[in-house]
Design a protein around this ligand. Sequence first.
Ligand code: SF4
Length: 561
Amino acid sequence: MSINTIRPDLPGLPETVPARMLNEFVYCPRLFHLEWVQQQFATSDDVEEGLYLHRVVDREAGDLPDKSEAWNGRVARSVSLSSPRLGLATRLDLVEDGGDGTVVPVDYKKGHPNKDGGAWPSDRVQSLVQALLLREEGYAVERAEIWYAETRQRVHITVDDAALQEITDTVTRAWRVASDPSAPPPMRDSPKCARCSLVGICLPDELDALQTPPKQRRPLKRLMAPILEGRPVYVTLQGAVVGVRSDRLEVRLSGELKASYRLIDVSQVCVFGNVTVSAQAARTLLSRDIPVLWFSYGGWFSGIAEGLPGKNVDLRIAQFRAPEQQQLEIARRMISGKIRNSRTMLRRNARGEMPRVGEQLKQLAIQAMQAESSQQLLGIEGTAARLYFGSFSAMVGKNSRVDVSDFQENGRTRRPPKDPLNALLSFCYTLLVKDLTVTLMGIGFDPYYGMFHKPRFGRPALALDLAEEFRSLVAESVVLQVLNNGEVGPHDFQSRAGGCMLEASGRKAVLRAYERRLEQEITHPQFGYKASYRRVMDIQARVLGAVMLGELDDYTAMVTR
Ligand code: SF4
């Protein structure tokens, strides 16, 4: 059977689709779209194991002999083949002499055969593509084989006309999905999702839950395959040099090693003030998608270097094209959520009853949901902030070593913060906005184009929008923790020229408390499973992405009870 051109003749499509992406397509068309079209990738234990196995088979050896030559037991390893005519490409782990004038492609898989001892459908497709491309090169191929490492078994696949028709149909469907800018919807209740490396990005159960009325929602399983999470490294040591040696990030001062971390454990590198990042370290970090973030000595977020920008261009297009009404609706929900979280914060922590303020905040949260314009919403948010910060000192306990009476007098002040409490709030907001900027960029958003905050003065407006619902939950909670636990004292602040800033010791204490807070797990109010604040921030950004791409009708802010 001869195969005709399969790739659709549409501008902008790549010439060929890799066979391993067809494997993903058969597993789940949405996975194929997320990985290949949107270039979203997440590692997991399964992925790491598969990569480890392929370290062995990816060593090139031998080459495909000319068709006219006899194979005589020869083998070729790690051979790349492609056919623009068919629109297919593959890398073959092994090609063997079939012994009867035929050749046999052998694919290595880390798992095991299916319960009938056969190949899994997704593995089968990958092998058939390999057979097809060998035939396209003029070799006779009558069977393909898969070697499953877990059970050390070979599985045979017959390459006949029916199999070739099957592969043609699959590839045609895959190209159709690739031509569509929108990903197919997530599967519902599929056991495949639990093993999918992109489950934490795709959020199939979460998107389903958000489309179900709250009373009918069932608690979801904890994410089965969480994204392997690294941790930020903060370098505050003045004069330090950040370098890379043997897959480790090293911090040195005058040549002396002060700290060292495995690169796979690092999610971002934050440097404060006079800290140098070597050119080699910057290159290595960027090639591993680990952003480097620069802060002034005082903690002002001044810049970020990351690898190539997020590849999900359709998300950016949707973000910029979002109609004003949709932007207002999202902003309403974020601000209303922020006000409700502020109210909960006061209810839980303030000394003495605050029924009047609590009731006023409740009414303002309702009004925020009904705001008819951004301007009106801004006014409501401002009123709520004045009320909230007017009562904020009541949450600072007797154990605090820092006098917060100046805050009672000054209220919230920004540039510069005028008292220790304002300095703490400003620093924690900076950290929060920094993390949301990185999260949004990683997903493919432009963090500078917001729904509520206007894209002006170089502000990461979308990160500021998303920060609203996390201000009380993360930043203000950290401020209260370091004060009420006595983790900062009067000597951790310095007052100069009408402003107050944190000393290095104070910044270190706050950074520790902030990272502790991001690690803390809470039960997600919509989904019912436990997740760290770090993960919840990522989920909220992805939910926002699903709204932008039309996968969800409405945004739901993170609000605790
Ligand atoms: S989580 Fe499920 S629906 Fe989403 S890409 Fe993976 S397999 Fe597909």
